[in-house]
Design a protein around this ligand. Structure first.
Ligand SMILES: Cc1ncc(COP(=O)(O)O)c(C=O)c1O
Length: 219
């Protein structure tokens, strides 16, 4: 008989205190365990904390990112740029809506997209850029906005919401960066749309399962 020995290496163990356990117990006793007033309260608190006008809870960051692309009417014939170094969801949501994935490589010695290569990747088909705040470090959104502004003449809005922006839209994959800050601005306060993940290994977790753990904030 082959004996399998499992050595467990802790990977981001959750920080759960009695306070969280009490809240879960209250929810279980409340008779309302699906999306409801607690979710609405959570959305409000997230928006207040981040400093944005609206936060919406979904079942994952992946769903939040796909929904954002769909709200923007992005689909077949469009291109969306993201970073080559990331989790699959940053790119797969582009495929899910039928748009073309354009990858920009990371800069040397960096986990961030090479901004010097970004302008050249923007075409008249580009509708959005998905920068990824790897390991919680917010991307250089000043440079990202400078680049999309410089390419405004290439942007052809396909619908009303795209006309409002009239430039390539920036949707942050902020799965890692809830609570992060750059130049005094919080993650969720800078990009046009921001999607957080509350998966079990993230900065703030609601655990896995059907309950909320993805958030889209809208500036
Ligand atoms: C960079 C990045 N984007 C997106 C996601 C997807 O998050 P979720 O599992 O909430 O869909 C993850 C999850 O690990 C991630 O690391």
């Amino acid at each position: 008989m082959i004996e399998t020995k499992l050595r467990v290496i802790p990977f981001s163990p959750p920080d759960i205190t009695d306070m969280e356990i009490e809240e879960v117990t209250k929810a279980l006793k409340s008779g309302w365990i699906t999306t409801g007033y607690r979710t609405k309260e959570f959305e409000k608190r997230i928006a207040d904390y981040v400093g944005t006008n609206k936060a919406i809870c979904l079942n994952s960051a992946t769903a939040a990112m796909e929904l954002t692309l769909r709200i923007l009417g992005i689909g077949p014939g469009d291109e969306v740029i993201t970073s080559a170094y990331t989790y699959t969801a940053s790119a797969s949501v582009i495929e899910h809506v039928g748009a073309k994935i354009i990858l920009v490589d990371t800069a040397p010695d960096s986990f961030e997209m090479d901004y010097s290569k970004l302008a050249a990747a923007i075409t008249e088909k580009t509708k959005a850029i998905i920068p990824v705040d790897i390991a919680g470090k917010m991307c250089d959104y000043d440079t990202l906005y400078e680049i999309v502004e410089s390419k405004r003449d290439l942007f052809y809005p396909k619908n009303e919401i795209q006309r409002i922006y009239n430039r390539v839209i920036i949707m942050a994959d902020a799965a890692h960066s809830f609570g992060g800050e750059r130049k005094g601005m919080k993650s969720g306060q800078v990009a046009d749309f921001t999607c957080f993940s509350f998966h079990a290994v993230k900065n703030l977790t609601t655990a896995e399962g059907e309950q909320l753990y993805g958030v889209m904030t809208v500036m």
